[in-house]
Design a protein around this ligand. Sequence first.
Ligand code: FCA
Length: 327
Amino acid sequence: MRFLKTAAMAAIAGTLLAGSALADDVKIGFLVKQPEEPWFQDEWKFADIAASEKGFTLVKIGAEDGEKVMSAIDNLGVQGVQGFVICTPDVKLGPGIVAKAAANGLKLMTVDDRLVGSDGEPLADVPHMGISAVKIGETAGEAIVAEIENRGWDMTEVGAIRVSYDQLPTAVDRVEGAIAKLKEAGFPEANIFDAPQARTDTEAALNAATVVLNKNADIKHWVAFGLNDEAVLGAVRAAEGVGIGADAMIGVGIGGADSAINEFRKPEPTGFFGTVIISPKRHGYETALNMYDWIVDDKEPEKLILTSGALALRDNYQDVRKDLGIE
Ligand code: FCA
């Protein structure tokens, strides 16, 4: 009897030990599609904070195309990682990413861009944290409308640049949210011009917006929106390139990382009028923490978390950032 009791206690102690050893050995991957973009730098920064708080290892990998994503996942498997968070360069890689994660025995969560299946529908089984894209786009649209009115522009004489990346559902939701608010305020649909960007960076947006501006040289007042700050900065730079400055351009981006903040810090205002600040802390810290809890406590993350945004302008962005806990 006494022997049995001792054996049982030893077994319990062994389990406890194994449990804490597991916590020390936790390795989590964090893959992003555009590692040079300030938003993703911030996500990594906050994920690093979660790693040092909980004592796990964070493996950060930039994966700019499908091939890199697939080899990065194999790489994580070889390194003994238990799970990873990913913002994929292409949401259509969804089924491939799910299969690759499973083949390596890795738990999988997505951030920012939600995976889709071959039918184009979201892979609802993969836990995801994204932004409330339509709502945030609407906030950008409302800010543009308010400033058009503030400047006393006649909407029939204003052009709108829709910097678009339509292969990404969250990008479509964001720009369509902005357009809905413009139209609601009476902005003529015929004055909205599509500027499809080849990639989601400033240079690609600049190229796309330049085409629109050159084709419509008779329009003197412009507004611009897109999926992120880089998209809108591209439109603002394109406008500057054809002599349209801050007084004739109202660009409102989405993000609020350094790309936007550096613009607000310039001594003179530019056409980059505002940004809807979203939270890299939630997207970096919280996703990493959720993955950690999943690995260590078998606590599955919520399937879908959508985060909100807050409008910031040149003169109040510091307060908005403070309120969001990202200053
Ligand atoms: C997408 C965009 C990023 C950022 C993120 C929340 O991944 O490409 O710039 O806006 O959503």
